[in-house]
Design a protein around this ligand. Structure first.
Ligand SMILES: [Zn+2]
Length: 183
């Protein structure tokens, strides 16, 4: 079953919902508009009086009524962090499986560094061990890219493994697809 991208009335992404949740939002009249090619129809129950089976057509992106939340804070977790950094260690530049990557604090937490997007990067275990409790400058291990906080569009893209083309189109219009890697 497909996952539907939920927007608020302003068109800001507000989460991934199940097709069931989207169908129930349609049934309640909460869907303001949909975007994207219609998905294969879902069939509901057979109506007793008419003998007809209900048929529901969904779009991959739906804007749902509700309050507009200002200042979305993208949650930080390793899965989305490693995807932000393309599963690449930002010290040696090698790509690794998720299990071989760690969350490195650029300014170590023991030195007052905080756990926020702008201070964390993907690092392989070897580089993390080598860098130890030092800054990149002290360790002579320059960062290959500047860590950044993804905007709501990019965060929703990073948070989802499989994404439909229309959803990708909608989200990717609002973020740079390519990192500025140091050469
Ligand atoms: Zn490395």
């Amino acid at each position: 079953m497909h996952t539907i991208l939920r927007l608020d009335v302003a068109g800001q992404p507000r989460g991934w919902i199940t097709a069931h949740e989207a169908i129930s939002a349609y049934a309640k009249g909460d869907v303001i508009y949909g975007i994207g090619a219609t998905l294969p129809p879902y069939f509901g129950g057979v109506q007793r009086l008419t003998g007809l089976r209900s048929r529901i057509e969904l779009q991959p992106i739906v804007a749902i009524q509700g309050r507009i939340v200002q200042g979305f804070v993208p949650p930080l977790c390793n899965r989305t962090l490693f995807r932000r950094d393309d599963h690449r260690c930002l010290y040696c530049g090698q790509q690794h499986a998720r299990a071989d990557l760690t969350r490195d604090h650029v300014l170590p937490t023991s030195r007052g560094g905080t756990d926020r997007w702008e201070n964390v990067v993907a690092a392989c275990k070897r580089c993390n061990w080598q860098k130890d409790n030092r800054t990149p400058e002290e360790a002579h291990m320059p960062l290959l890219a500047i860590p950044f906080k993804p905007n709501p569009f990019e965060w929703h893209f990073l948070a989802k493994d499989r994404i439909l083309a229309d959803q990708m189109d909608y989200l990717s219009q609002q973020f740079r697809g390519l990192r500025a890697w140091a050469s």
